[in-house]
Design a protein around this ligand. Structure first.
Ligand code: AVJ
Length: 321
């Protein structure tokens, strides 16, 4: 962590107290990702219902060469929220087919994830130099390197942008665009909104799997607060809920209180009515037009939008203008 553990604990406390004091109650999705939560998310990506990771990987595999083919000058690859960079290998390998040396700049809050990424890439992809940067790209400044005039290809994949409101998403991409010059580019991964090719049921299943891994992931937020903030949430008294909010074009995850109850947390008492929920996550879903509009509003022009045959997921290559 960039933060000392006490600073992180302070942030957890602040988030829990403010989120649970608001109406409706909320907890921010970054709270999911403690050690167990990160492992549960890895399990989610392998679930039969959670198509997002598999489908995005197949799109990247099918089009990796096209992303680099038109390159007239060398490219360095920078990735926001890289994590362990599991899907990025496909792109790095493609890049090394077009140039012998590729500088890869993954940015992530987790130093352990970045170390894992750097080790795996060093072992498996010769020709790639990794320069990890530990930073929270939303709240902290970060730098990107541009080795002698090369162009920057920035990656924001994995539907990570889906966790943010349109306003926040715009701010994140605006900040990224400020690091780039005209001719640099962005590869953005977004999950598609339901439509002719994709039912709402398909989406809901991805966020409420039969094995209950997503439920465990959602409830782990309560386990974390019990452990770190001395809270006493009864995990059996809350239920995982996934809802489609058509108006906002997002899947919402909630934890629903199954009874009227009072929970104590950091010495405070928090009351729940029966049926009241804690809203823990938004996962926005996009049309091609919505992606194009979002990008245009922050100075990017889509060059290509690729989909899988089912049109479940989209990967957009856009040029900074
Ligand atoms: C990591 C934000 C892309 O929204 O699909 C998976 C997180 N939540 N299952 C998503 C998540 C529930 C995921 N992102």
């Amino acid at each position: 962590m960039t933060e000392a553990p006490e600073a992180l604990l302070e942030a957890v406390l602040h988030e829990a107290l403010s989120g649970l004091a608001s109406n409706p109650k909320t907890l921010s999705p970054w709270l999911f990702y403690d050690e167990l939560g990160s492992r549960l998310f890895e399990q989610i990506t392998a679930l039969p219902e959670y198509y997002l990771t598999r489908v995005e990987r197949s799109i990247l595999a099918a089009h990796a060469d096209e992303i680099f083919r038109d390159g007239t000058s060398a490219v360095t690859i920078a990735e926001l929220g890289a994590g362990t960079a599991a899907k990025t290998g496909l792109l790095l390998e493609a890049a090394t087919r077009f140039q012998s040396e590729v500088l890869y700049q993954p940015i992530d809050v987790s130093p352990t994830a970045l170390e894992e990424a750097a080790t795996a890439i060093a072992a498996n992809i010769p020709g790639v130099a990794v320069q990890p940067r530990v930073a929270n790209y939303i709240t902290e400044p970060f730098e990107l390197e541009r080795p002698d005039g090369s162009r920057i290809l920035s990656l924001y994949i994995g539907s990570s942008i889906g966790n943010f409101t349109p306003k926040e998403a715009t701010a994140i991409l605006h900040n990224l665009r400020e690091h780039l010059q005209p001719g640099d580019s962005l590869l953005l991964g977004t999950d598609m909104a339901p439509g002719a090719h994709k039912s709402v049921a398909k989406l809901l299943a991805a966020y409420d799997d039969a094995a209950g891994v997503t439920a465990a992931f959602n409830k782990n937020i309560l386990t974390r607060l019990n452990r770190e903030l001395d809270a006493n949430f009864d995990l059996d008294a809350f239920a995982h809920r996934a809802r489609w909010n058509a108006e906002a074009s997002r899947i919402e995850m909630h934890l629903e209180s199954l009874a009227a109850q009072t929970v104590s947390l950091a010495g405070k008492r928090i009351r729940f009515a029966q049926g009241e929920t804690i809203h823990t996550e938004n996962s926005y879903k996009f049309t091609d037009a919505a992606v194009t509009d979002l990008l245009a509003s922050v100075g990017f022009e889509p060059v290509h939008i690729w989909h899988d045959d089912n049109r479940y997921f989209a990967v957009t290559l856009a040029r900074a203008v």
